[in-house]
Unconditional design. Structure first.
Length: 201
């Protein structure tokens, strides 16, 4: 009789243990990058690139511009994997970003956080009001003959004092050119400190 009495007690104890083991632990919420907090910086960065003495300046600062700006930033892929010393495809390598912007552990996490989110980041309103910004999917028949500038999302350092930006000028199926710009905040204003060609067709 005593044995039969103990069996349901043991069964109940085992059932309680299995339910406590199966209860999943609450996951810590991932912090998403707040793009809207940097809209003013993005606008000032683009303005600094427009005003720098480059080919882009001549495309944009004209009385009758023949080039429009795509209304959304492109987000670069940042690769941490390298094959034979190079990141795969057209992606930016994390090492190159370290070379351009300096390195800290916090910065490396920040670079990835800025580009991994799926959010669409639009060109700031301050730029939209001043320049010809268009959605390439909604062009009129006449606007299809214009060339376009595509800005990649500026990648900022953790302290917000340096930025890396890629830019593409598309002028046809096999016509175009690309650059990258390094900018630095000097006395509160963004300045281009370096730029280089990245591709040409």
């Amino acid at each position: 009789m005593k044995v039969y009495f103990l069996i349901p007690v043991l069964f109940l104890a085992l059932a309680c243990q299995s339910t406590t083991k199966k209860t999943p632990k609450a996951k810590a919420q991932e912090k998403t990058f707040n793009y809207s907090a940097f809209e003013k910086d993005y606008a000032e960065i683009l303005e600094a690139i427009f005003n720098h003495d480059t080919y882009i300046n001549r495309l944009i600062i004209t009385e009758k511009p023949e080039t429009y700006i795509e209304n959304k930033f492109t987000k670069d892929l940042i690769h941490t994997f390298y094959k034979e010393g190079y990141p795969p495809g057209d992606a930016i390598g994390i090492r190159e970003l370290f070379d351009h912007l300096n390195y800290s552990k916090q910065d490396s996490i920040g670079f990835l956080n800025q580009t991994r989110a799926r959010d669409t980041v639009h060109i700031p309103q301050a730029i939209v009001h001043k320049y010809m910004v268009k959605d390439s999917n909604r062009l009129t028949e006449e606007e299809r003959f214009l060339t376009k500038l595509v800005f990649h999302l500026p990648i900022l350092t953790r302290d917000g004092q340096k930025a890396f930006v890629s830019v593409d000028h598309i002028c046809g199926g096999l016509c175009g050119q690309g650059w990258y710009f390094i900018l630095k905040k000097i006395k509160g204003k963004w300045k281009v400190v370096k730029y280089e060609d990245t591709w040409i067709a």
